[in-house]
Design a protein around this ligand. Structure first.
Ligand SMILES: Cc1cc2nc3c(=O)[nH]c(=O)nc-3n(C[C@H](O)[C@H](O)[C@H](O)COP(=O)(O)OP(=O)(O)OC[C@H]3O[C@@H](n4cnc5c(N)ncnc54)[C@H](O)[C@@H]3O)c2cc1C
Length: 282
């Protein structure tokens, strides 16, 4: 998802040269890419970033750090936002390469879930690039947020839908197979009611994501992200109850779904920030 959002940013904001240089390789996977906005101090508030980009006769010098970056340890390209204005707040986006001199990355951070995403930190120490690496217009880099918001929110919602799909399938199998005194769990009305709610959450999220994908209106994508990410957590809680102590047993896997589901509301755009953007769009 992050890679798709990065490719989308280049396709929408990039110059002809940048599109021809990067898009095909991003599309076929030769260039794995990610978005690097979050910093230790700024957290969920993009406009609070501290990484600086200073321009001197067409050469940019970048200094700062980024954290919680998906695929930090694996990406070839970083779409990175830096503070570029000296007096009034202004931001510029850059296309950085993993082998740019002065760019380094940490060993991966360890999230509670999503073990496969190579999550980590970036450090920029006097990284020098030319104007050809500026993505979009100088000092207008904050526009990357509305540009990628729809792709990102639908992507996050879809991750949560995938978690629900897996959870619901596991729960259905479990409540049909687990028998107590000869009766399957699925024969108990309370269990049926719980599973019905899990199913309704999954179906509603799927429909909302589909509508968001087919519709220009970004509000639906925002609603889909908040709904799907919260319902995935709800379904993980219900699944844990229906699996009983087995659900709490790490090797069974229900606890891992919960760990995965908890990450997605935090994903760009953080659900609690999204509410403000949603109200602006209403
Ligand atoms: C799995 C994962 C992958 C990520 N991948 C990337 C990535 O590829 N690139 C990237 O740039 N970032 C990435 N992030 C970072 C993510 O965008 C941030 O974690 C998120 O924006 C929140 O920042 P923070 O964790 O520092 O929380 P903080 O800023 O400390 O905020 C903590 C909580 O406080 C609340 N809060 C904070 N500010 C506000 C506000 N203004 N209004 C209302 N509530 C608020 C929210 O509930 C928020 O979750 C990733 C995070 C996770 C968990």
């Amino acid at each position: 998802m992050t890679h798709v959002a990065a490719a989308y940013a280049v396709s929408k904001m990039g110059s002809d040269d940048q599109r021809s240089q990067y898009i095909e390789k991003m599309a076929d996977g030769r260039f794995l890419s990610t978005i690097a906005i979050t910093e230790p101090v700024s957290g969920a508030t993009a406009s609070a970033i501290q990484t600086r980009a200073e321009n001197n006769a067409g050469t940019w010098k970048l200094n700062g750090s980024k954290t919680f970056i998906t695929m930090a340890s694996d990406a070839d390209l970083f779409i990175l936002m830096a503070r570029s204005g000296s007096e009034k707040p202004a931001f510029t986006d850059f296309i950085l390469k993993a082998d740019d001199h002065g760019l380094s990355r940490s060993a991966s951070l360890k999230g509670s879930g999503m073990p496969g995403i190579g999550w980590g930190e970036l450090f920029l120490e006097n990284v020098e690039v030319g104007d050809d690496r500026v993505l979009g217009k100088r000092d207008e880099g904050i526009k990357i947020i509305p540009t990628i918001a729809k792709v990102f929110t639908i992507g996050s919602a879809s991750i949560s839908l995938g978690i629900m799909d897996a959870l619901n399938a596991d729960v259905l199998e479990h409540i049909k197979e687990r028998k107590i005194s000869g009766s399957a769990l699925a024969s108990f009305q309370t269990v049926q009611d719980r599973y019905l709610h899990m199913y309704a959450n999954q179906q509603a999220a799927s429909s909302l994501i589909y509508r968001a994908s087919m519709n220009e209106d970004v509000k639906i994508a925002y609603a889909a992200k908040v709904f799907a990410t919260e319902k995935a957590i709800e379904n993980a809680v219900t699944a844990s109850r229906l699996f009983g102590a087995n659900g709490y047993e790490r090797s069974v896997g229900i606890a891992s779904y919960m760990d995965d589901a908890l990450a997605v509301p935090l994903h760009f755009i953080n659900n609690d920030i999204l509410t403000g953007l949603f109200m602006n769009a209403v």
